[in-house]
Write a protein that binds this ligand. Structure first.
Ligand SMILES: Cc1ncc(C[n+]2csc(CCOP(=O)(O)OP(=O)(O)O)c2C)c(N)n1
Ligand code: SF4
Length: 283
């Protein structure tokens, strides 16, 4: 497999300097190195700037409604548990309208890889506050400053029961690629929070800000220690943003506990049925 195999006819519509480019590049490098293609992988996204990644990556994909990427992915995984399923979701998509789905997917430990494009705004809709926007931030929807306290996706993921939780920076492609591969190799719910500059709308979280204030977790960080991981997930500030794998736990995935799909995926068990009569009921 080569990078060109993932190219589609669509031209990128992201703004120059957008962090989505780094995320996309890291994912494609990971896909080439791991042979993720139409035969074994499916991509799902929500609605937002992040969702365009599906248009530019030639792997079978489904774009859900805004906030509903995770339930679509859950359905795909249950229908065919042999498929490698990635969810590309915005911080707004998965923590605001999709917040409920995020919590319960983590709690159930579905075998999904969730990649959060975290730009601390609703960007496609031109820059309103979302659940990761800092307190006091002046945005299009909060001209006098944001009154809501932000939440970090990694904190919510650990608290909700995700079994692999990591954070990476969109402009550090090699590290991000490494983390995406590790997250996908994990058997259970993986969340990768990707800090992503949005140079058009977010003038605070720039490439320079992340380069100056992020640090890599070292060998003294015990990824199996949930309390330590939770404490790290709350760190945020100048020179104080941890990157790397925060938490990892071995626990049976939701899919592995379903006896009906132990031997073969649901799609191989179901017989071809004529659905015409059933559909007529809804016309
Ligand atoms: C059900 C529904 N609610 C709201 C919207 C409007 N909407 C479209 S994209 C978006 C924000 C996307 O923000 P985020 O998920 O953070 O993605 P980003 O654009 O920042 O990548 C919103 C609110 C919609 N399309 N559908
Ligand atoms: S608005 Fe922000 S997130 Fe959207 S494409 Fe432009 S830079 Fe990227």
């Amino acid at each position: 497999m080569k990078l060109e195999d993932l190219t589609t006819k669509c031209k990128s519509t992201w703004c120059p300097g957008c962090g989505n480019f780094g995320l996309w590049g890291a994912f494609k490098n990971a896909a080439v190195s791991q042979n993720w293609d139409n035969t074994n992988t499916c991509l799902v996204a929500g609605i937002g700037c992040h969702g365009h990644i599906l248009n530019f990556t030639k792997i079978t994909s489904v774009e859900g409604l805004h906030g509903r990427a995770i339930p679509v992915a859950t359905g795909i995984k249950l229908a065919n548990n042999k498929l490698n399923v990635f969810v590309f979701t915005g911080d707004g998509d998965c923590l605001a309208e999709g917040g409920n789905h995020f919590i319960h997917a983590c709690r159930r430990n579905h075998n999904l890889t969730i990649i959060v494009h975290n730009n601390a705004l609703f960007s496609l809709t031109t820059g309103q506050t979302c659940p990761t926007t800092p307190l006091g931030e002046k945005t299009k929807s909060t001209p006098s400053g944001n009154l809501d306290y932000p939440i970090h996706p990694v904190t919510l993921a650990i608290a909700s029961g995700a079994t692999f939780v990591a954070r990476a920076f969109a402009s550090d492609l090699p590290k991000l690629q490494e983390i995406i591969i590790a997250a996908n190799a994990h058997d259970g719910l993986s969340v990768v929070d990707v800090l992503q500059p949005c140079p058009t709308l977010n003038k605070d979280y720039t490439n320079q800000f992340f380069r100056e204030n992020c640090y890599q977790l070292g060998p003294d960080h015990d990824v199996k220690n949930k309390v330590q991981a939770f404490a790290k997930s709350l760190e945020w500030g100048l020179k104080q943003i941890p990157l790397g794998i925060l938490y990892q736990e071995e626990k049976p995935s939701y899919e592995s506990a379903i006896i009906q799909i132990k031997e073969k995926p649901l799609i191989e068990s179901s017989t071809n049925r004529n659905m015409e009569e059933l559909f007529k009921k809804y016309v």
